[in-house]
Design a protein around this ligand. Structure first.
Ligand SMILES: CCCCCCCCCC/C=C\CCCCCCCC(=O)SCCNC(=O)CCNC(=O)[C@H](O)C(C)(C)COP(=O)(O)OP(=O)(O)OC[C@H]1O[C@@H](n2cnc3c(N)ncnc32)[C@H](O)[C@@H]1OP(=O)(O)O
Ligand SMILES: Cc1cc2nc3c(=O)[nH]c(=O)nc-3n(C[C@H](O)[C@H](O)[C@H](O)COP(=O)(O)OP(=O)(O)OC[C@H]3O[C@@H](n4cnc5c(N)ncnc54)[C@H](O)[C@@H]3O)c2cc1C
Length: 655
């Protein structure tokens, strides 16, 4: 079937090459090209296709389907990608497995990175290759039923038995059961387990241990291990998140991951170079989240924008034909700022991934000085990005009207998976408060006359306000954001200090200032996102691409400033606010002809999107009907439930 002419026309109105834009989105022409090649190669392998639509499958079927594809994938892995390239691997996983989770997701995202960051050279020699070759499947078991946030209260213990030189693992209570780890329930046979290290009755706090859970031949749980699946979730049901308990389960001393902290055979403890170095796997995942969430948001927008260009409803001036709903200003206001955010998040993602890779090298060389900065940055970024991604996906769903609510759109599944990011890798409020600690410390440095020692990301906190001339473009909007973030950070810090100085405990003062503190963290992070977007656009060479991205940046800066209006009342007059509002409306119109091309540029395949509404060819209606007919409920005209219950009920009512 040929392409829907409405989409053909939209594509013809684009002013730039989508391949050139994809090169900007994905950081290089080479990688954008590799993504296309991988997608093309996968499309020719029939076993990678869903055996039937995932949305009609039960959980067991989803997990089985994911395992089937992983088994097929193992035959093609080396021929499809450069296995040393993490981004290629991720693209392959996304294309083949989609986003509903699978038994290797945590193996790749946390188990292997933990071995790289936490295992000594000898331990890597023993386990890393096996993990990378997928001879074993691992997970990351940290969260317990009773505690996920407050790691200092974890209850699982690893007690050193000096006589046998083993650790004895125990789960002393119900609440100490590990709860949530992905792939733990049914798939993983090894795990990195975070447990309190106890030597001679002294608790040294949470440390990582390499623990075998299941027999490598029979896959049966080993004696002393209780393990299983925690049941269905809001989404992500292709993953077997699990529970895990230990009863006097012994592992050799050499199974504590000892790159940083160490326990010698005589039970001596050697401290790590930084107290929080064991938290690196979390920082690794957080540093990826802006990218991953940006792609979740992008997926929902591809669906909503393409569909809005083929969906016709109502009239504007021309009464001879209904308009594309994408021509309504409300629809543009609902979708275009999110397109800008998706671009911005991906740009930020590349930046934080690079920063993590650099930090890993620094830490391996004994330099831990960058840890606090990256922890603060990624804590704020994961919180803001996951929240705004959730908002953007939900707006995309509503923008598709009734069909958006159908699983045929697939947007609800994208939403369910993405929104999990607000919780996993540190609950958002908690992580905003981690960033707030860093911001408060920065203000205290300024108060103590140490402004010069501030890092580049917080230097603006020490600056004075300057006049704003909004006609000058994005950098002036950045100043508006700096003003808002600076003002709020000072106000929140002063509130905290005032409460503390009034005699309140540090903890209670912090708690009573915490809503204001989280607001400061959000503004600081949104400033970082805007500034990264501006810098990125500034570095683009292709003039056509740059021109469109400047238009998109204009949508971004005007929308973001309008969105934080309450924080800039002291800086901007109501006339200036009106000016910005009008600039936003103008920029929505400017970007309109490029809307479809901007989402096409994400180059997310139909196979990955799984959306009837978001099909690249725009042939929505005939496929929607086909999809509905394939619903299991339509296998027969008369359901057994009708025969068994409704018919007798109706018959009875006739009497
Ligand atoms: C290659 C191919 C890849 C293929 C991949 C396929 C992918 C497929 C699709 C994937 C899609 C989805 C994947 C889903 C994956 C889901 C993964 C989810 C995994 C998890 O959730 S794991 C569990 C995560 N848990 C958490 O995040 C817990 C949150 N809590 C904490 O982090 C901490 O407890 C805390 C809140 C930070 C507090 O810690 P603590 O009490 O110890 O510390 P204090 O508050 O007292 O702070 C002390 C001091 O320490 C500083 N600090 C804290 N953390 C760090 C750190 N990480 N680094 C540096 N410094 C840190 C803190 O700032 C304080 O400093 P200060 O005293 O203020 O100077
Ligand atoms: C899809 C998914 C996958 C996961 N995968 C894994 C995994 O692979 N491995 C793993 O170990 N874990 C995993 N987890 C667990 C996850 O990391 C935790 O659920 C998360 O860190 C939040 O911790 P919690 O559940 O204890 O929340 P809680 O801390 O109980 O949060 C409840 C509420 O209390 C608030 N709160 C808590 N502490 C504070 C505070 N100090 N100040 C202010 N407010 C506070 C929170 O903001 C929140 O509103 C996963 C979770 C999900 C949803």
């Amino acid at each position: 079937m040929s392409e829907n002419p409405d989409l053909t026309n939209e594509r013809a109105s684009g002013t730039f090459e989508t391949n050139a834009m994809a090169a900007v989105i994905y950081g290089s022409e080479k990688f954008a090209q590799r993504r296309r090649e991988i997608t093309e190669a996968i499309s020719k392998i029939p076993e990678f296709q869903d055996s039937h639509p995932l949305v009609f499958m039960s959980r067991e079927e989803k997990i089985s389907e994911a395992c089937r594809k992983l088994a097929v994938l193992s035959n093609y892995w080396n021929s499809l990608i450069d296995t040393s390239d993490e981004e290629e691997a991720l693209h392959l996983y996304r294309e083949v497995l989609g986003l509903e989770g699978h038994p290797l997701a945590l193996h790749e995202t946390m188990f292997i990175p933990s071995l790289i960051a936490q295992a000594s050279d000898e331990q890597q020699e023993k386990w890393l290759g096996r993990a990378q070759r997928r001879e074993i499947i691992g997970c990351y078991a940290q969260t317990e039923m009773g505690h996920g946030t407050n790691l200092r209260a974890l209850e699982t213990t690893a007690t050193f038995d000096i006589s046998t030189r083993e650790f004895i693992l125990n789960s002393p209570t119900i609440t100490s059961l590990k709860w949530w780890p992905g792939a733990l329930g049914k798939s993983a046979n090894w795990s990195i387990v975070i447990a309190n290290l106890i030597i001679k009755e002294h608790n040294y706090g949470p440390h990582p241990f390499m623990v075998q859970l299941r027999d490598e031949k029979s896959h049966e749980p080993l004696p002393g291990i209780t393990v299983g699946d925690i049941g269905p979730k809001m989404a992500f049901n292709g993953a077997d998140n699990g529970f895990l308990g230990f009863k006097n389960y012994r592992i050799p001393r050499e199974n504590m991951l000892m790159r940083h902290s160490k326990v010698t055979s005589d039970g001596s403890y050697i401290k790590p170079p930084h107290a929080k170095i064991g938290y690196s796997s979390m920082v690794k995942v957080r540093s990826r989240m802006a990218m991953d969430q940006g792609l979740f948001l992008a997926s929902a927008l591809v669906i909503a924008v393409r569909y809005s260009a083929v969906r016709r409803q109502g009239y504007l001036e021309d009464k001879s034909r209904e308009v594309k709903v994408l021509d309504y200003q409300t629809q543009q206001h609902r979708l275009f700022p999110s397109i800008a955010r998706a671009y911005a998040f991906i740009f930020c993602g590349f930046e934080t991934i690079r920063l993590y890779d650099q930090l890993l090298i620094d830490v391996q060389n004994g330099n831990t000085s960058g840890m606090a900065d990256l922890h603060a940055l990624t804590s704020g970024l994961k919180s803001v990005v996951t929240y705004q991604t959730g908002e953007g996906i939900e707006q995309a769903r509503m923008a598709c009207g009734g069909h958006g609510y159908s699983m045929a759109s697939y947007i609800s599944e994208i939403y369910g998976v993405a929104i999990g990011g607000c919780t996993y890798e540190g609950e958002n409020m908690v992580m905003l408060l981690q960033l707030a600690r860093y911001l408060v410390k920065s203000i205290e440095m300024i108060q103590n006359g140490k402004s010069r020692e501030l890092g580049p990301m917080v230097a603006y906190l020490a600056e004075n306000e300057s006049e704003i001339d909004l006609n000058l473009g994005p950098n002036e909007y950045l100043k508006v954001f700096e003003y808002a973030a600076r003002n709020q950070t000072w106000r929140a810090t002063e509130k905290f200090q005032k409460l503390r100085n009034s005699g309140m405990s540090n903890e209670e003062a912090w708690n009573q200032a915490s809503v204001e503190l989280t607001r400061a963290s959000r503004l600081h992070t949104r400033l970082y996102i805007m500034s990264t977007f501006i810098n990125h656009v500034g570095s683009i060479v292709d003039q056509k691409v740059k021109g469109v991205l400047i238009d998109l940046l204009n949508v971004h800066v005007t929308y973001e400033v309008m969105d934080i209006g309450i924080y800039v009342q002291g800086l901007l007059s109501s006339n200036q606010m009106d000016l910005i509002r009008n600039q936003l409306y103008v920029s929505l119109e400017t970007i309109r002809p490029n809307a479809v091309s901007l989402v096409d540029s994400f180059q997310i395949s139909d196979m990955q999107l799984r959306s009837v509404l978001g099909r690249r060819d725009g042939n929505v209606y005939e496929n929607l009907f086909k999809w509905a007919k394939s619903s299991p409920l339509n296998k027969t005209d008369v359901l057994p439930s009708v025969t068994q219950y409704l018919k007798p009920m109706m018959e009875k009512s006739k009497l």
